[in-house]
Design a protein. Structure first.
Length: 174
């Protein structure tokens, strides 16, 4: 895993040197060291993720849902026949945690339980759940647009490509 991660950093460094004018970044007030340790890189990714989560939770609070609940609505909308186990994996939760979340969302009228194949139970968005999901899309777009605004479209494409490459190297597909 360390080799894959180190290779990812080399890819990031090489690609950034090809696509980012470091002198221009410094002129715009960017003073961070160009050489970053793996721990610093991991911490920076986590800090950005945390910033996104905090801003999204604040925005979604207006709709009466958390980021975890909105993410469940999004995945359920995209995969209406997904099992509870599949939805738990998609939302980075255990089956038990997602079952508890789903029960609360049923009680709030965001989703409903419907019969599935055999004894299975599936979940579907209610009209209210679909409205909250779509309103949450607008909040998601606004938060991410603000977060990535300092990057040019080319830099966003480069970052996306680098992240895709690192995720493809993950043997667990996480």
């Amino acid at each position: 895993m360390v080799c894959a991660a180190a290779g990812g950093v080399d890819v990031i460094s090489t690609t950034l040197y090809k696509h980012v004018d470091i002198n221009n970044l410094r002129a715009e007030g960017y003073h961070r060291r160009v050489s970053t340790s793996l721990q610093e890189l991991g911490r920076a990714v986590k800090r950005l993720q945390n910033r996104h989560h905090n801003a999204l939770n604040a925005g979604l609070r207006e709709l009466g849902v958390s980021l975890v609940q909105w993410d469940a609505l999004r995945h359920l909308d995209q995969r209406p026949d997904a099992s509870l186990h599949d939805l738990a994996q998609l939302t980075f939760q255990t089956d038990q945690a997602f079952g508890t979340l789903a029960a609360r969302m049923v009680d709030r009228g965001l989703i409903e339980r419907v019969p599935g194949p055999g004894r299975a139970v599936r979940h579907r968005l209610t009209d209210r759940g679909r409205q909250v999901r779509h309103a949450g899309d607008e909040i998601m777009e606004r938060v991410l647009a603000e977060s990535f605004a300092p990057l040019s479209p080319e830099q966003r494409a480069t970052l996306g490509g680098l992240l895709d490459r690192l995720l493809e190297a993950d043997p667990e597909g996480g």
